[in-house]
Each structure stands twice: as structure tokens, then as C-alpha cells.
Design a protein around this ligand. Structure first.
Ligand SMILES: Cc1ncc(COP(=O)(O)O)c(C=O)c1O
Length: 379
């Protein structure tokens, strides 16, 4: 069976010696918009495409505010900075994620706390979160504390893994009970909806990545969306070196960051967002072909959770055991088909292995058995 899947993938992406996991497509006005930037000389983070890109993100997601940033990692970092996170604080997140989620917490000298994932969504499991908050968290003066470590908990960052929405409305309502802001790591979830509402719009904020391996790319780029005006103002100020507006003097009133996206990158993003509808259809069609090919197999393709519409950013195969997954990856790579294991769990990385964590048995089991397979938009 694995060899017939590999053969099938090669047929789906013909004339490619090496088939990557996810490569970008530039089929719209990218070059025209880039030329406009160059002709206008507006190539840094001031320029009409930055605002246009932010407007397009707002329109597409339904969020009130959007800030275009240098990448998804800086978006996560900034989202926590604007919550006044302090060294020693804790942030709840999940172990199955790209390292940026945990790193953004650690950049603030705070610690991630890992909550297990749900086997249907691969995102944070609401039940585990609920039990964790009930057993380990105490709210004092409206602030949640971890009673075992004594540390303040400042945010919860669930992830819409591979673009599949997690059970975000449950997660947000559970966190509301203890006054905990939710930042959705929707890095890979542009074009993914939970109950017809775009991911990233349920919690206090959502972050996106527009890296070259995402459905919509700006080369490198990211964004934060939010509906909270005060939070947005703080994010905007910190993202632009905390510069106080003034006609002639350059004054900064906080330790800010130089995190805004450039006009060049935003120009590419504007062209890309114009094409997202077709890209999403193309990817759903690819996934339905994978479902057909795997119909009689004991390899499971991860399906969009109920009540959601996933962008199917990366198709993930779940094998019966880690040995068959490893064998598949080896065979695929030998044939020029990129297949990869999922990220090593954050709780297993040297930097984060001693962090406080919940029982992580679902993440441990699934992460050993998942392989990612080529999922680009086909031309
Ligand atoms: C879940 C998750 N969070 C954060 C990021 C970071 O985004 P970026 O690579 O744009 O910094 C990624 C990137 O793939 C990601 O997958």
C-alpha cells in the first residue's frame, strides 16, 4: 500500500523530479504590484500595500483590526508583549506545534505549560484544559495562578494544527472562566473556518504566518488580528518601535520592536489574497483525491474536524505504528516525494523538557505515527 500511495502522489504532481511538501504559487498580480513598489520607491514598512494588505486580511477574516508583521514568530512574540508578560510568567499551549509557539513565550523569559491535544483536531483538548484549570489554577484578584509553581498565567495559545481548526469556542469559554486571554496560533490556518467563522477571531487575538510554505505567502510575513481596540493600539505602538507621533522629534516611550511588514512583502500578500479562493478549492480537491486513494487502506488521512472547514494546509497520514510511518517516509524520499515526520513535541525538546505539563499521552502517541505528505496547490 505505501508504494501505491507514493506512485499516486507522483501522478498528482507530474513532471516534478522532487515533490516538496508545500511550495508557493504566484499566479496573480505579484509582479505588477512589486513593480509598483519599486517605481514608487516605497519598499520599507511605510507604503500603500501594507495598509491594503491589512484591509484585505480584515475583510477576509471579518476581524476589526489587523497588523501586518515580519513573520508569524514576531506576531506571537508581540501578542504576548502587549499583554505585559513578565519573566517567570506561564503561558498554556500545546506540545504539538512548531517551535515558534514555545520560543515566543521563552523570548519573554516566561515558560510554556503543555496541555495535551485532542485526537480529532490535533489542537488543544478542551477537556484536558478544563481539568488542568480546575486542578492547578487559582484565580486571585482576577488573575490566574498555577498553584503548584506559584507563577502567574498570562495567556493560553492553542494551535490550529496543519490548518485544522481546534475546538476554539470551548477553549475560549473555558479560559474566560479564569480570566485567561486566548491567542490563537492560526499560523497555518488562513482560509480555515470554525462554524463558518474565520480562525483567529475567537480569542483576544489570532496570529498568521505568511512564510513561503503557507497557502498565502508574502515571502516572509505574519499578522495579528483582533477585535479589541485597546489591545490593537498597544500592538501597533509596540510594532513600530513605540515611537510617539511627532512632526519633527523622534521619541520612543517604551521598548518597542521593528516588526512591521515591508511594502514589498505586503504587495505580494495582496496579490496572493486575491487568489485564495481558487487555491483553497484546489487543495480540497487534492485532499479528496488522497481520501479516495486511501479508502481501502489501514493508513488514516487526518480529516477536518466536525463543524469546521479546514484549508488542508498540510495533509497528514496517521499510520498504525511509528515503524510503518518511518518506512513510508524512507520509501517516499527515495522516490523524490517529500514526506516528513511531524514536529518533535515541544515537551521533548531540550529547552522545554522540564516545563510544567499535563499528561501528554495523546500527543505522544499521535506524533510518533504521523507523516506529512505533499500538499501544494497543483497547477
Ligand atoms: C504553528 C506555527 N506557529 C508559528 C509559526 C511561525 O511562523 P513564521 O515561520 O512565519 O515565523 C509557524 C510556522 O510555520 C507555525 O506552523
Amino acid at each position: 500500500m505505501p508504494d501505491s500511495i507514493i506512485k499516486y502522489i507522483k501522478e498528482l504532481f507530474p513532471n516534478q523530479e522532487n515533490i516538496p511538501l508545500h511550495e508557493p504559487r504566484f499566479t496573480g498580480s505579484e509582479k505588477t504590484y512589486l513593480n509598483e513598489c519599486i517605481d514608487s520607491t516605497f519598499v520599507s514598512n511605510i507604503g500603500p500595500f501594507v495598509e491594503k494588505f491589512e484591509d484585505s486580511i480584515k475583510e477576509y477574516t471579518g476581524a476589526k483590526y489587523a497588523i501586518a508583521l515580519t513573520n508569524g514568530t514576531s506576531a506571537l512574540h508581540l501578542s504576548l508583549a502587549a499583554l505585559d508578560i513578565q519573566p517567570g510568567d506561564e503561558v498554556l499551549t500545546q506540545p504539538l506545534t512548531f517551535v515558534a509557539t514555545a520560543n515566543a513565550i521563552a523570548y519573554h523569559k516566561a515558560s510554556p505549560v503543555f496541555i495535551d491535544i485532542d485526537e480529532d483536531t490535533l489542537g488543544m483538548a478542551p477537556n484536558n484544559l478544563f481539568n488542568f484549570l480546575n486542578q492547578v489554577v487559582e484565580v486571585r484578584d482576577d488573575v490566574p495562578y498555577n498553584i503548584e509553581t506559584g507563577n502567574r498565567i498570562v495567556a493560553c495559545i492553542p494551535v490550529h494544527t496543519f490548518g485544522h481548526p481546534c475546538e476554539i469556542d470551548d477553549i475560549v469559554s473555558i479560559c474566560e472562566e479564569v480570566n485567561l486571554p486566548v491567542i490563537e496560533d492560526a499560523a497555518a490556518a488562513v482560509g480555515s473556518f470554525y462554524k463558518e467563522q474565520h480562525t483567529g477571531t475567537f480569542g483576544l487575538a489570532g496570529i498568521f504566518s505568511f512564510n513561503g510554505n503557507k497557502i498565502v505567502t508574502t515571502g516572509g510575513g505574519g499578522a495579528i488580528i483582533t477585535n479589541d481596540e485597546a489591545y490593537y493600539k498597544k500592538l501597533s505602538h509596540l510594532a513600530t518601535t513605540a515611537k510617539v507621533p511627532h512632526a519633527s522629534d523622534t521619541v520612543h516611550n517604551d521598548i518597542g520592536y521593528n516588526y512591521k511588514l515591508s511594502n514589498l512583502n505586503a504587495a505580494v500578500g495582496c496579490a496572493q489574497l486575491e487568489k485564495i479562493g481558487g487555491y483553497l478549492e484546489n487543495k480540497r480537491e487534492l485532499t479528496s483525491k488522497y481520501f479516495e486513494a486511501l479508502a481501502d487502506s489501514n493508513i488514516q488521512l487526518i480529516e477536518e474536524p466536525v463543524n469546521t472547514k479546514s484549508n488542508y494546509w498540510l495533509n497528514a497520514l496517521l499510520f498504525e505504528d511509528s515503524e510503518s510511518k518511518e518506512a513510508f517516509i524512507k520509501m517516499a524520499q527515495a522516490e523524490g516525494v517529500m514526506a516528513k515526520s511531524v514536529w518533535t513535541l515541544m515537551s521533548e525538546l531540550e529547552m522545554y523538557k522540564d516545563c510544567f505539563s499535563d499528561d501528554l499521552s495523546v500527543a505522544e502517541d499521535l506524533s510518533a505515527r504521523i507523516a506529512l505528505i505533499p500538499s501544494s496547490v497543483r497547477i
